[in-house]
Design a protein around this ligand. Structure first.
Ligand SMILES: C[C@@](CO)(OP(=O)(O)O)[C@H](O)COP(=O)(O)OP(=O)(O)OC[C@H]1O[C@@H](n2ccc(N)nc2=O)[C@H](O)[C@@H]1O
Ligand SMILES: Nc1ncnc2c1ncn2[C@@H]1O[C@H](COP(=O)(O)OP(=O)(O)O)[C@@H](O)[C@H]1O
Length: 297
C-alpha cells in the first residue's frame, strides 16, 4: 500500500479538567475526562520515492518545520531506522484543517496522532499502541489520548490513561473567535493548582446518578481564560443559558451537552452571527481504528 487518503483526526472535549499539583519541572499535573467527537481535520498520506517528510499545503500560522504532523513523522522515521537499520520511504502529507488552533480541541495533537497511526501502517513499522504514545508524548500532552482512541480518564500531564464509558450525546461547540495560547493560562498566578484529586469512580458514579455529564467537577483553567480572553466569558455566559456550558482544555472553545440532535439544532439556530458554532456527536472510538482495521489501537 502506498497511500492512505481521507484519514480523520477528530477533536476532543475535556468534560472536566482539574489541576491537582505541579511537577518539579513546572508542568502541571492534571485530572480530566477526554471525549472524542465527530468533528475532524482530514489528512492524506502518500509514500515518496525518496526519504523526505513533506507537507504539500500551507497551514496558516504553522510553518512546515513546526507542524506537529511533520515532527511526529520524523520521530517515527528515526525510530524505524533504529529498529530496521534503514530509513523507511518518505511521506507526503496534505492537511485539510477545520479545527481552530488554540481552541482546546486538541487539533494539532490529533493530527499528529493520526499521522503516527497512518505511517505505522504504511511503513509496516510494527510499533505497539504504547510505543506510538511514547513517540508522541514529548510533542504534545494530548497525543497519547488520541492514540488511546476512546473516552479516557487522564492523569499526569496526559500520559496516564484509563478507559471510561463514553457518554452518547450531542454537543454544541462555540468558537469565541480568539486563539488561547496554553502557556498564558498555565503561567497565570491566580490559576487554581490544588484541586483535591478525584477517582475514576467519583466521575462514573456522578454520571450514573445525575445522567448529566457536565455535572461533575469543573475546568480549573476556565476562570483564568475568561479573565484574559473576555470573548470566552461571553460565550460561556451565552451558551450557559441553555444548559451547563464549559470551556474545553485551555480554551477558547466552549461547549454544552444535549441528549438529542434536535435540542442541539435548536440552540445552534440561536447562535449570534459573530461566532462560529457547530454541533458534534460523541464518538465511541477513534475512526482510524476501523479505517486501519486494527484492534489494538
Ligand atoms: C491543558 C491541555 C488539556 O488537553 O490543553 P489543550 O492543549 O487541549 O488546550 C493540554 O494538556 C495542554 O498540553 P500541551 O498541548 O502539550 O501543552 P503545550 O501547548 O505544549 O504547553 C505549553 C506550556 O504550558 C505549560 N503546561 C502545559 C501542560 C501542562 N500539563 N502543564 C503546563 O504547565 C508548560 O509551560 C508548557 O510549556
Ligand atoms: N498540525 C497542526 N495543527 C494545529 N496546530 C498545530 C499543528 N502543528 C503545530 N501546531 C501548533 O500547535 C498550537 C496548538 O494548536 P491546537 O492543538 O490546534 O490547539 P489546542 O492545543 O488549543 O487544542 C497551534 O497554535 C500551532 O502553533
Amino acid at each position: 500500500m502506498r497511500s492512505l487518503h481521507h484519514c480523520p483526526a477528530p477533536a476532543k472535549l475535556n468534560l472536566f479538567l482539574h489541576v491537582v499539583g505541579r511537577r518539579a519541572d513546572g508542568y502541571h499535573l492534571l485530572q480530566s475526562v477526554f471525549q472524542l467527537i465527530d468533528r475532524s481535520d482530514t489528512l492524506h498520506f502518500d509514500l515518496r520515492d525518496d526519504e523526505r517528510i513533506v507537507r504539500t499545503n500551507e497551514v496558516p500560522g504553522v510553518p512546515e518545520e513546526q507542524d506537529l504532523i511533520v515532527r511526529a513523522l520524523r520521530l517515527l522515521q528515526a525510530q524505524y531506522r533504529r529498529r530496521h537499520g534503514r530509513l523507511p520511504p518518505g511521506i507526503e502529507v496534505t492537511v485539510e484543517k477545520i479545527l481552530p488552533m488554540g481552541g482546546g480541541l486538541g487539533g494539532g495533537s490529533s493530527d499528529a496522532a493520526t499521522a503516527l497511526m497512518a505511517a505505522n501502517h504504511l511503513w509496516q513499522a510494527g510499533l505497539t499502541q504504547q510505543e506510538l504514545m511514547d513517540v508522541g508524548l514529548p510533542l504534545g500532552a494530548d497525543i497519547p489520548f488520541f492514540l488511546f482512541g476512546q473516552a479516557a480518564f487522564v492523569e499526569g500531564v496526559g500520559e496516564a490513561l484509563q478507559p471510561v464509558p463514553g457518554p452518547d450525546c450531542w454537543y454544541v461547540v462555540v468558537e469565541p473567535g480568539v486563539s488561547v495560547p496554553t502557556p498564558a493560562i498555565f503561567s497565570a498566578p491566580d490559576l487554581t493548582r490544588d484541586t483535591r484529586p478525584v477517582t475514576i469512580a467519583d466521575f462514573s458514579s456522578s454520571l450514573a446518578v445525575s445522567g448529566r455529564q457536565l455535572s461533575f467537577g469543573k475546568n480549573d483553567l476556565q476562570d483564568v481564560a475568561e479573565r484574559l480572553f473576555p470573548p470566552v466569558a461571553e460565550a460561556v455566559a451565552w451558551l450557559g443559558s441553555y444548559g451547563e456550558a464549559r470551556m474545553t482544555g485551555s480554551g477558547a472553545c466552549v461547549f454544552c451537552a444535549f441528549s438529542g440532535e434536535r435540542d442541539a439544532d435548536q440552540v445552534l439556530a440561536q447562535v449570534p452571527g459573530k461566532w462560529k458554532a457547530w454541533k458534534a456527536q460523541s464518538l465511541g472510538s477513534h475512526p482510524m481504528k476501523s479505517l486501519l482495521q486494527i484492534n489494538e489501537l
